[in-house]
Design a protein around this ligand. Structure first.
Ligand code: BEZ
Ligand code: FE
Length: 277
């Protein structure tokens, strides 16, 4: 195949994929080539712009290490992460909606008794959280395991402090037979996603801010139910309608109510979807 030009090269590349043995790989790479070529034609991509793109992706890879995943962050700010959440978590009405996982979950966080204080020295105003986990029919889900993680008053997760060698404002809890669990922590605050790398450069170049509205992360696992990865967002936060990673859903907004003792209280119920047989 010779003398390919701008009108024939796409078909030539697609024809070269005809022997791809795994059908799903064939489908994905075929579509990727079609969309990439259409994109280049649509914007009339110059060679200098193409090279700038290559340099950008190279810098994105170079920013990644065991603590930082700049490609996921890039996917987040382009809305691709939330799009895949939407595509893969369609549930019956009434189930708690899913949202992005984010990069700050830690496998093997410390386990706590019901009602314990997960803050473990994290800075912030005091807050107690009371939750119930139910099925769609309203019956409590017994024995769920709940991972909770959040940023502190400074807008940082514990793993973002290089000198800190203990978990703060994160932990694993077990719901009771009645589906209930509770814990003490600190009040969640809005925070900027890491903006000192290529993703920050993109945000600035497109006139966007890096902020996420205040939220608590939850991952809830229970036998017989789909795992739920979600947040509870704080009512009234100024970034609810401009989340840098497009993760806010109205049904996930909860109210942190100020208590007479000076702290805050959040009540939130989760509804799990039954696992497919
Ligand atoms: C988070 O909520 O922890 C998060 C999500 C996406 C990008 C950065 C942070
Ligand atoms: Fe977060």
């Amino acid at each position: 195949m010779r003398n390919l030009d701008q009108d024939t090269i796409t078909q030539a590349v697609l024809a070269r994929l005809s022997d791809t043995p795994v059908p799903r790989i064939k489908e994905i790479v075929t579509s990727l080539v079609q969309h990439l070529h259409s994109f280049a034609r649509e914007v009339k991509l110059t060679q200098a712009e193409w090279f700038k793109g290559i340099q950008y992706l190279t810098a994105t890879g170079q920013k990644c290490d065991d603590k930082r995943q700049e490609f996921i962050l890039l996917s987040d700010v382009l809305g691709l992460s939330m799009l895949t959440v939407c595509l893969n978590n369609q549930k019956p009405p009434g189930c708690t909606e899913s949202t992005v996982f984010g990069p700050f979950h830690v496998e093997g966080a410390p386990h706590f008794e019901d009602g314990a204080d997960l803050a473990n020295g994290a800075k912030g105003e005091r807050c107690e959280v009371h939750c119930t986990i139910k099925g769609l029919d309203g019956t409590p889900v017994a024995g769920a395991t709940i991972d909770v993680w959040q940023a502190d008053a400074g807008g940082n997760y514990d793993v973002q402090y290089a000198e800190l060698d203990k978990a703060q404002a994160r932990g694993v809890l077990q719901a009771g037979e009645d589906g209930k669990f509770s814990f003490h922590t600190i009040v969640a605050q809005a925070y900027p996603i890491p903006a000192d790398g290529p993703v920050g450069e993109l945000l600035r170049a497109t006139g966007r801010h890096p902020w996420r509205p205040a939220h608590l992360h939850f991952m809830i696992k229970a036998p017989g139910y789909e795992t739920l990865v979600t947040h509870v967002f704080r009512k009234g936060d100024r970034y609810l309608d401009s989340d840098a990673v497009f993760g806010v859903r109205e049904s996930l907004v909860g109210e942190w109510i100020q208590q007479a003792n000076g702290g805050y209280r959040l009540d939130f119920d989760f509804v799990l979807n039954r696992a497919k047989a």
